[in-house]
Design a protein around this ligand. Structure first.
Ligand code: FES
Length: 241
């Protein structure tokens, strides 16, 4: 059961490496809109050489109310050439990125486009959604800014700057947070190690306890091989201690 997602993951990497133009669009969506947006975005997938659309959610503390978990969508695509800008506008609309409040940079001739939507509450601002097209190397830090709901009021138009080099504060936050293992539920290796430290029993029962506690590995399943590796690694560490 765990082998299929591994094969799918490998195929995605091969295809993406061959396609020079790429797109990443990620957004939190209001309750009740995620399903319709997902269906609409899936209908657009055939217009790209490669595309995927997966939901993800924020990790909620164990004692948080049921509605504390937020849902988002992550749309990824790649192609030989940049598509018609109208197609990118449709993706933005479904992800709530259209409108005057969104910051945008666009250079259609070079196939570049970056759109950022900040939501302000008093003096604070959080990134609610973004689209990177052409150069998606800023994914490493911009996705963290969104998924961890980090304060973003000090970035402003810096969010539109291309490149993988993160502003210092995002890099520090990402380091403290750890490496993301489960994309669907935004669960990091640090959170997993902390949870496994309290789990006892066989590898299978520790994996089940981990999934019950953090939800990781309970949606698309593509992170399960890495979860199993971490379960085995922490068991070996405990035995050696
Ligand atoms: S990445 Fe989908 S369940 Fe973990």
């Amino acid at each position: 059961m765990s082998k299929q997602p591994e094969l799918k993951h490998a195929a995605v990497k091969i295809l993406k490496a061959e396609l020079p133009w790429s797109l990443l669009a990620v957004a939190w969506l209001p309750e009740g809109e995620a399903l319709a947006a997902r269906e609409a975005l899936r209908a657009l997938m055939p217009q790209f050489s490669f595309a995927s659309c997966v939901p993800f959610s924020s990790p909620a503390p164990v004692d948080a109310p049921p509605d504390a978990t937020r849902t988002g969508l992550l749309f990824r695509a790649a192609a030989d050439y940049a598509p018609d800008p109208a197609l990118l506008s449709r993706i933005e609309r479904w992800l709530g990125l259209a409108g005057d409040e969104a910051l945008q940079y666009a250079d259609p001739k070079k196939g570049q486009r970056r759109t950022m939507k900040l939501v302000r509450t008093g003096s604070e601002a959080r990134l609610d959604g973004f689209l990177l097209a052409g150069d998606t190397s800023a994914e490493a830090w911009i996705k963290t800014l969104l998924q961890d709901s980090l304060p973003a009021q000090s970035y402003g138009r810096l969010l539109l700057v291309p490149g993988s080099k993160a502003p210092v504060e995002v890099a520090d936050a990402a380091k403290q947070r750890g490496r993301q293992v489960c994309t669907c539920f935004n669960v990091t290796d640090i959170a997993i190690s902390g949870c496994l430290a309290d789990c006892r029993g066989s590898d299978d029962s520790r994996l089940a306890a981990l999934q019950a506690s953090l939800k990781c590995g309970t949606n698309c399943g593509s992170c399960i091989p890495e979860l199993k590796r971490l379960v085995r690694a922490t068991a070996a560490t405990a035995a050696a201690a």
